[in-house]
Design a protein around this ligand. Sequence first.
Ligand SMILES: Nc1ncnc2c1ncn2[C@@H]1O[C@H](COP(=O)(O)OP(=O)(O)O)[C@@H](O)[C@H]1O
Ligand SMILES: CC(=O)OP(=O)(O)O
Ligand SMILES: [Mg+2]
Length: 403
Amino acid sequence: MSGARAVLVLNSGSSSLKYQLIDISTERVLANGLVERIGETAASLKHTVAGAAGADEDHRSEHPVADMGEAFSAMIAAFDAFGPSLRENAPVVVGHRVVHGGKRFFGPTVVTDLVKINIEDLADLAPLHNPANLAGIEAAQKVFADVPHVAVFDTAFHSTLPAAAYTYAIDAELAEKNRVRRYGFHGTSHKYVSEQTAEFLGRPLAELKTIVLHLGNGASACAVDGGRSVETSMGMTPLEGLVMGTRSGDLDPAVLIYLNRKLGLSFAELDAELNRKSGLLGLSGRGDMRDVVDAAAAGDEPARLALDVYAHRVKQYVGAYIAQLGGADAIVFTAGVGENSAPVRALALAGLEALGIRLDPARNTASRERGARRISSDDSAVEVLVVPTNEELEIARQSLSVL
Ligand SMILES: Nc1ncnc2c1ncn2[C@@H]1O[C@H](COP(=O)(O)OP(=O)(O)O)[C@@H](O)[C@H]1O
Ligand SMILES: CC(=O)OP(=O)(O)O
Ligand SMILES: [Mg+2]
């Protein structure tokens, strides 16, 4: 059997490696996988091989994986053991998700030594993400030495933000010298989802005003005007904006100063507090939205409040972005929570009838179909949709586009 022309897409995080092997001609996923808890006593590995008619084959194991290099070897071993063959389906390009591209990268970029130096230099703006992304690139370059590697940046889609949106109102010189401004993240997802939305509605992207709500583990909102990002909720780092699984999102910056002065918490401690111990986890003891929704339904008060705070913040951004866009044609939910949680969608848009936003309860709770779907009622002035994101496919397409 002759193999497919394939793209390998890698999303390397601080403690995980996610990957997909995609057939270019059909855009079908041949295999995907996840190595989690890298560096801990036992990492867990999952490798899924796509079978005929959606009959996927899962292979799971647990053993120690010390670092990104070993995570790579584990991925290659999984392909060798369970298929598909990387010799028959040799990738023609490897696409990498890189979170922070600062003001230097506005599109998919072939990785050179200079590009790697720049990614490293931006690490102080994204200390959780960029070093891991770079480690992933270096491990992959060793194994796939003969093919181009392409970096696709989360920040790239937001390079169209106007100055009024990206500028923090602090001392201008201090900000300029230290690259302190808003950059925005999840751009690959916001771009893909806003394009899919135009396709679903059968309308030209150039005419559409869309609010994309990417509600995953990390979460951000984006106002897209004619295909261009004009405002987004994440800022200099992926901490600003919406409430997330373990991140606080917006808060009065003086809270940090106060906690530092009053309790002597160091900035490293405050960083961990806001990035890893806040959000749904901090409010309710549960970082996973499924658990929060279940606990709230069972009458757990902290979980109820966590849900209310989460939905309140989403609603706040919807209102703000309708104002910034001068009206919206569509509000679109995507990512793990956005695609799957009817109660969160209902709470976030409750009471917005005066703005022309009306959910259809039966459509909202209808069991999940693949692909995009409408969840607003026929008399809603604003379309409300669920559109599944696919960052890996978008990275594969963009990686190919620069060859
Ligand atoms: N049925 C569901 N109801 C509510 N939340 C869900 C459901 N399915 C998945 N999620 C949530 O989606 C989140 C993960 O989203 P995802 O987009 O996969 O995140 P990431 O890519 O950032 O890891 C988790 O917090 C999980 O609770
Ligand atoms: C940028 C960011 O927050 O990414 P993730 O949602 O994958 O954590
Ligand atoms: Mg994600």
